[in-house]
Design a protein around this ligand. Structure first.
Ligand code: PMP
Length: 397
């Protein structure tokens, strides 16, 4: 029988969550996560996935996964440091390093535990981490786990970064100081100011960490935001996920030989959690090869995204400051954002609301992720739905 204490806790808190509209509802998709999805028998244009290049459902990716399963089995059988390092894992790490322009790389089972493991492997009590205030939850949790002092930096504010870096150095309180930022911010689609960050880091001797979950496969011909700026020798940690544009699952850090060697003996999810499945590793290698051999896939993503953004702007929407395919349609009010998403879905466009506390209060939005897999016809249909629903709700006129 469940403990009374637990029952009471769950009952009270579930009711509270439900009353505040924060209880998660989860839609179940029939079939794969492509440019169109089916939910409860209804086909919808999918504007909510991170499958930027449409790789998740590609036949050659599926074959890479199946072939690896046939060679290695479906599971690695152990953690990496015991005997769960299969040839395909090292091949993946070498491929990532080659693509990112670094000496080596380390692969984790997800982007989330990569951040948890990598940050805490290097940063400790007695250190300080300067962290952009809009960084992803996994960065925040990784920073907390590290025990280092966390200093929030105003979003993309280089003056604030410099002032706080100076203050931290001058205080003499800290051994190491890191600046950590998303490469592409997932809610607004703005891009980290890598050259300015590098200049400040050099002045104050900061360790630099860029989480490029949304930049990998998108920026720098697929190789990411750091490579886009040609700064792969200047950023210490190029972190990324295999779950978004790559279309599979997993996370990694690309960096110097010494950094990777250190993490391989210190990062706890690497040491104590079973390695990536061989199929996931092999499909991820295939995805990187596809980007290297076919630059047109990344180009198609940008063309589709530019088209979609232009059409939404033309009909009067505020799509914020996005410099990447991430396309927020900002409506302000939190309840309006919820209703907007509900009506879009009813009318055939699957786009989810994003509200406080994920984004600042009063900046509620519906977020869209156009992908290379969307046809122009799908995007036109989506824009027509946006026009109808926006007019019905008085968001546009
Ligand atoms: N970092 C950022 C910036 C992300 O957007 C995400 C995914 N939501 C992650 C890390 C975690 O990646 P994963 O889904 O591969 O665990």
């Amino acid at each position: 029988m469940a403990s009374k204490k637990l029952q009471q806790f769950l009952q009270t808190n579930l009711e509270d969550l439900a009353q505040r509209g924060l209880l998660t509802t989860i839609d179940v998709i029939d079939g794969g996560n492509g440019p169109e999805i089916t939910i409860d028998g209804k086909k919808l244009i999918n504007m909510a996935s991170n499958n930027y290049l449409g790789f998740a459902g590609r036949q050659d990716m599926i074959e890479a996964e199946i072939n690896a399963a046939q060679t290695y089995g479906v599971g690695a059988g152990a953690v990496r440091t015991i005997n769960g390092t299969l040839a395909v894992h090292r091949e993946l790490e070498q491929k990532i390093a080659e693509f990112k322009g670094t000496e080596d790389a380390i692969a984790f089972q997800s982007g989330f535990n990569c951040n948890m493991g990598a940050i805490s492997a290097v940063m400790k009590k007695g250190d300080a981490i300067l962290s952009d205030e809009l960084n992803h939850a996994s960065i925040i949790d990784g920073c907390r786990l590290s025990g280092a002092k966390i200093i929030r930096v105003k979003h993309q504010d280089m003056t604030d970064l410099e002032a706080k870096a100076k203050e931290a150095v001058d205080s003499g309180l800290y051994d190491k100081i890191m600046y950590i930022t998303d490469g592409v911010f997932s809610m607004d689609g703005d891009v980290a100011h890598i050259p300015e960050i590098v200049a400040i880091a050099e002045r104050y001797n900061l360790i630099t960490y860029v989480d490029d979950a949304h930049g990998s496969g998108v920026m720098g011909k697929g190789a990411g935001t750091v490579k886009h700026f040609g700064m792969q020798d200047k950023i210490d940690f190029q972190m990324g996920t295999l779950s978004k544009a790559i279309g599979v699952v997993g996370g990694y850090v690309a960096g110097s030989k010494e950094l990777i060697a250190w993490m391989k003996s210190q990062a706890r999810p690497f040491l104590f959690s079973t390695s990536l499945t061989p199929g996931a590793a092999a499909a991820s290698i295939k995805a990187i090869e596809l980007m290297q051999e076919h630059p047109e896939y990344v180009q198609q993503l940008w063309e589709k995204a530019d088209y979609f953004k232009t059409e939404l702007k033309k009909i009067g929407y505020d799509i914020g400051v996005s410099e990447t395919p991430i396309t927020p349609v900002i409506v302000g009010d939190e309840n309006l954002a919820q209703t907007f998403s509900k009506k879009l879905i009813e009318n055939g466009v699957y786009a989810k609301p994003i509200v406080f506390p994920t984004v600042p209060l009063g900046t509620g939005r519906v977020r869209n992720m156009p992908t290379a897999g969307h046809s122009k016809e799908m995007l036109d249909r989506a824009v027509a739905v946006y026009e109808k629903v926006g007019k019905d709700l008085g968001i546009i006129h």
